[in-house]
Design a protein around this ligand. Structure first.
Ligand code: 8YV
Length: 317
């Protein structure tokens, strides 16, 4: 098994105990594409994550691989259809980072509504001089409307937090209706357009697909409330960054909280980082000890079970 980065020790121990011969990219630097393809020629299984594009070219050159185990829930970096054609099994780690990612979405919402990141920066810059009754004003979240795009497990965890903390009204748009959310949170299914128009906070939790790529563009931001906050903890490719910057500059929306950007990493001179009502994090949705260990366990288990039984517990189908 080749491990494309230094993954949590739990995964390494599990693979060792199960008798696998493993090689780890101890440098922790992402391996350039062609180099990884060459390395993979000598391995049966690849333990990797979103930083490598497992496209048709990769799969064509590595068709001898039995399994690619993705240390993530998202797998937009993998051409799953091409993998199927080559007979390569793909596994992922769904559910491992549900609470961790929902916490980041919820945190971003609060940080943006109260301009917390910007306020921190004003102190750093020596700009905390005296009290001004009408300065630094944010807004409160109680009773506001949360719109969720993609009401799966993470979207649901965000909706529950917003309902419990601020009694927010929940709207959602999704591929299918979420009965549980409708019954327990009184969530209301609406069209994408209505979601844009009615949400005070719009939180993105869907996968990046051909359908969702660039979905939040100029047209979408214009339809949103001028007081709305846009939150994205899904994938940066779902919003168009230039359009988001324009929407914030033109006050088409009020603020934005991003844990995902396009490209990643974001460059330090990005104009979003200078904006008052913006908070950007370096893709830390799953960065808790608990989530990363569970991701490690699931990803290792996929490889172990594949060679033991021919089946994997967490397949991408
Ligand atoms: C990872 C994620 O940090 O699980 C996912 O889909 O986005 C994160 O948990 C990321 O995939 C690392 O590439």
């Amino acid at each position: 098994v080749f491990l494309s980065l230094k993954y949590p020790q739990l995964a390494i121990d599990m693979l060792h105990e199960a008798g696998f011969e493993i090689t780890i990219n101890e440098s922790n630097n992402p391996i350039p594409q062609e180099e990884l393809i060459n390395i993979c020629q000598d391995y049966d299984a690849l333990f990797s994550t979103g930083s490598n594009k497992i496209d048709a070219h990769f799969l064509e050159r590595c068709k001898h691989l039995d399994i690619i185990s993705q240390f993530a829930v998202g797998y937009d970096n993998i051409d799953v259809e091409a993998a199927k054609k080559q007979g390569i099994v793909i596994g992922n780690a769904p559910g491992a980072m549900t609470d961790a990612t929902a916490d980041v979405a919820f945190g971003l919402m609060i940080m943006v509504s109260r301009k917390m990141i910007y306020m921190h920066k004003t102190i750093e810059k020596g700009q905390w001089n005296h009290f001004v009754p009408t300065a630094n004003l944010g807004f409160e979240l109680r009773g506001k409307t949360l719109g969720v795009l993609g009401l799966g497990t993470i979207g649901m965890a965000m909706a529950k937090r917003c309902k419990a903390a601020y009694d927010m009204d929940i709207l959602y748009h999704n591929r299918s209706r979420n009965q549980q959310a409708e019954e327990t949170l009184n969530a209301q299914y609406v069209s994408f357009d209505e979601l844009l128009k009615q949400s005070d906070v719009l939180s993105v939790h869907c996968n990046l697909t051909e359908e969702t790529k660039g979905l939040f563009n100029k047209d979408a931001f214009i339809k949103m409330k001028s007081g709305a906050i846009f939150i994205n903890t899904g994938r940066g490719g779902i919003h168009n960054e230039e359009d988001l910057i324009d929407a914030l500059k033109n006050a088409d929306i009020w603020g934005a909280g991003l844990d995902v950007t396009n490209p990643e990493p974001m460059q330090s001179d990005n104009p979003l980082l200078q904006m008052e009502n913006v908070a950007v994090l370096p893709h830390i949705g799953s960065s808790t000890v608990e989530a990363r260990n569970e991701m490690a366990r699931m990803s290792a288990q996929n490889i172990i079970d594949f060679y033991k039984t021919g089946k994997i517990p967490y397949p991408v189908t």
